[in-house]
Design a protein around this ligand. Sequence first.
Ligand SMILES: Cc1ncc(COP(=O)(O)O)c(C=O)c1O
Length: 432
Amino acid sequence: MQNSIGNVALSNVWGRLNNAMIVRGKGSFVFDDQGNRFLDFTSGIGVTSTGHCHPRVVKAVQSQANQLLFGQMNCMLPEMSARYAKALVAKTPETIETFFFANSGAEAVEGAVKLARMATGRPNIIAMEGGFHGRTAMTMALTSSKSVYRAGYQPLPSGVFFTPFPSGFYYQEFQHHWDSKQTVSFCLQQLKHLFKTQSSPEETAAIIIEPVLGEGGFVPAPSGFLQELRKICDSSGILLIVDEIQSGFGRTGKMWAHEHSGIVPDVLTMAKGIASGLPMSAIGASQELMSKWPVGSHGGTYGGGSAVAMAAAMATLEVIEEEGLLENAAKMGGYLKQQLEALVERLPQKVDVRGKGLMVGVEWVRDGQPESQMAKNLQSKCLEDGLMLLICGPGGNVIRWLPPLNVTQDEIDAGLRVFEAALSQFGGNPSA
Ligand SMILES: Cc1ncc(COP(=O)(O)O)c(C=O)c1O
């Protein structure tokens, strides 16, 4: 798609779904400089969870901008940051009582790893195969959702070990036809084997996990697996870092995706939907754990200091609560999944529709192979017809649906009509 400016002075390193020049956003829609409208079911990869330019968030930003833009955390205590931290405690599990604020998801994960190493005095971190935690050196080292995120940058920081994530569909379809119980049991065995062969529990500071794999294919971790991880961590003094950067702030129909499993994290990393679009992230932990982080041993110029981001985050919490966005995410997510299941039922491919709340993935497989071309064709056709959808998963064959949490049923229906038209164009055949 052409835009009116043509070549722009931006790095080539950004892949981009939509090259239209976007000038305005409202709710579930963005508008380009040619007057075209797009239904944005990417929410900027899960960031604009209250929709584009929610009036309450905009107002909070405007009025905060008139008061204080920035108060550097080592120099002063911005009232808005203290107020937001207090509000966030009320929204996090009982183990999470204090926060360190930063600017991006990767920064939050980096900080969480530093905290875990410092607090336990242990060197190693165990991450999940298929996980994604960011693009900085340490977070790349923890990431294994796709080789492209690491290629060309290795060697990466050491002390990171990977254990299999119990991806139900993967083990059933591509591996052993296992059910969820067999998959969980295999993955736990592998973790125990890793303890024996590569990083003993005494050397392991933390296990990090996304309760729903994001980049790795929108795969929810089975509750039984998370519960066993919790027990293993408790019995061996390992910290459980739950990365809710994509799945948090109501995305899955609960405030935190780990709540679906009844576990609590030792360290919680948050970003994306935290402030409806302003760059911000947080690390949460107990007071006891945070007190093991010596003063000055971590920090950053901007983290926690943007009073405007804090105001946006506060307004976001209020919108989530007052507009019933958790309930809406659960209800609309259930509806979306049901409709997608009905749409793909008749297709010749194996199609797995999965997810929680408004974090829904549709994986395409034919003859035991990931069908990335089908996913790409559908994505392009949807964009042509004004619907923005992203793709994820190591095989590039999972279409991800991330509408804002206040999406309406009419908007979901509109998106589904575009998707259905794309499906009928390809007739289940990626090369049609
Ligand atoms: C689960 C998870 N962790 C960490 C990150 C990194 O966040 P950021 O891109 O803000 O650095 C992401 C980003 O997609 C993510 O999904």
